[in-house]
Design a protein around this ligand. Structure first.
Ligand code: HEM
Length: 417
């Protein structure tokens, strides 16, 4: 593809379509636009070179500038010594023990929001809204345990406003003075709340409590976790819940184990990866498997394209969680599955996000039959992938199976009626 004056306009209108068209041209596609050189890559071996093996030659770059006002010097956008220091300091917060906490917090969140799944009038519910509220409940309780509900609700509204702002990442109106001023005002408000949570040390275990005297970087960190962690996980959970509709391809199942739910979530993340593009910029001239990459080139690695590549995934558009059965793990080529990125800059929240989704999906699937309005999702993109239309669904309670879960040695889920 060569430079086309209308390309920028097309990207602004429908980035996902541009991505799909570029991807259809081959595993490595070079594009010139706006005087810059971009290379779309969906070849796993090259993906791994860029993200895992040659990290000293590829920095985070293109596309992140627009997110900086929101994430500041948080882990997602920082680099060099700042990033190295913060990543190692924050690792402990996301360690394996945290997953037990997440199970407990997810059960509590599902129990709290469960009545909304089956409204009295029997009408459909908005799965994205429900999933976002559940994810918020878990993250808020993990970061600020014991903080007053009305303050957390206020924080939630502000984080939702930033999420809506990032959904417009590719749209001109996000960069108009009115939007810029609004975003700044939201961030000032949010930071004030984050600072006061940290100052009172909302809890000894919450991250806010750990920062002690919160400086600007710790506040950037909290804002990054709350906004990026919330946006990605909320979408993943909403998409996973909508894929419980049996028309999507799941064989009807009366009982769900956590392993079933985990495979369901992994397959959701394959077809609908929240982070649909991972950008890098070449810091030096390089050559990878015969591909010459000039310094300054923007490399665009799209989990969305890699995960839908028929050479890597047989019948790629089919929703088939059994691809992730332990016996079939070897069928997945290294570099072919990267919803959480790869290498040292991969997602620090991966374990937390998966544990949360798995637990909530198991609870809902075990308790309800889900019927969505549309079996096929129509997608659009901002910072994350999302649905073009509200994800409306009707949920009908199933017979209780909590006892069955307990009998199999798994803790019964709070949601089960
Ligand atoms: C399903 C949910 C999630 C998905 C799919 C996801 C995806 C990703 C991806 C693809 C990256 C790598 C970006 C790159 O290489 O440029 C990333 C990084 C990151 N994610 Fe997540 N994420 C999720 C949930 C979370 C959660 C729950 C948190 C925290 C609460 C979080 C915090 C971060 C941070 C801080 C980074 C930057 C890590 C670094 O550069 O060291 N994410 N995420």
């Amino acid at each position: 593809m060569s430079f086309h004056p209308r390309l920028i306009w097309r990207i602004a209108r429908d980035p996902l379509r541009v991505l799909e068209r570029a991807g259809a041209r081959g595993p490595v596609v070079a594009v010139r636009a706006g005087g810059r050189r971009f290379i779309f890559i969906r070849q796993p071996a090259i993906v791994r070179e860029v993200l895992v093996k040659r990290t000293d030659r590829y920095a985070k770059g293109f596309g992140l500038r627009g997110t900086r006002p929101v994430f500041g010097d948080g882990l997602l956008t920082s680099s060099g010594e700042t990033w190295r220091h913060d990543r190692s300091a924050l690792r402990a917060f996301f360690d394996a023990e945290r997953v037990d906490d997440v199970d407990r917090l997810a059960d509590a969140a599902v129990a709290r929001h469960r009545p909304r799944l089956t409204p009295a009038g029997g009408e459909a519910i908005d799965l994205e809204r429900w999933a976002a509220d559940v994810v918020w409940s878990v993250l808020a309780a993990a970061f600020f345990p014991g903080w007053p509900a009305e303050r957390l609700d206020h924080m939630h509204r502000l984080v939702d406003a930033l999420r809506a702002d990032l959904a417009l990442l590719f749209q001109v109106r996000r960069y108009l003075p009115w939007s810029v001023m609004r975003r700044r005002a939201v961030i000032v408000h949010l930071d004030r709340l984050l600072r006061s949570a940290a100052d009172v040390g909302a809890s000894p275990t919450g991250l806010a409590g750990r920062c002690g005297q919160c400086g600007p970087r710790e506040i950037d960190q909290l804002r990054t976790f709350l906004v990026a962690g919330y946006d990605t996980t909320a979408w993943a959970l909403a998409a996973a819940l909508s894929a419980l509709d049996e028309r999507v391809g799941q064989a009807p199942r009366s009982r769900w184990t956590l392993d079933d739910a985990e495979r369901h979530c992994r397959e959701t993340l394959r077809l609908y990866p929240p982070i649909w593009i991972i950008p890098r910029r070449a810091m030096v001239d390089d050559a990878i498997h015969g591909l010459r990459i000039a310094r300054g080139t923007d490399i665009l690695i799209s989990p969305y394209l890699v995960h839908r590549d028929p050479d890597l995934w047989p019948d790629p558009l089919r929703f088939e969680p059994d691809r992730f059965l332990p016996a079939r793990r070897d069928e997945i080529r290294p570099g072919a599955y990267l919803p959480f990125g790869l290498g040292p800059r991969s997602c620090i929240g991966e374990r937390v996000a998966l544990a949360l989704c798995r637990r909530v999906v198991a609870a809902v699937a075990d308790g309800f039959v889900v019927a969505t309005r549309r079996a096929r999702l129509r997608l659009q993109v901002g910072l994350t992938l999302r649905s073009r239309l509200p994800l409306m669904a009707l949920l009908a309670p199933r017979a209780p199976t909590g006892v069955a879960l307990a009998a199999r040695g798994e803790p019964p889920l709070a949601v089960v009626a």
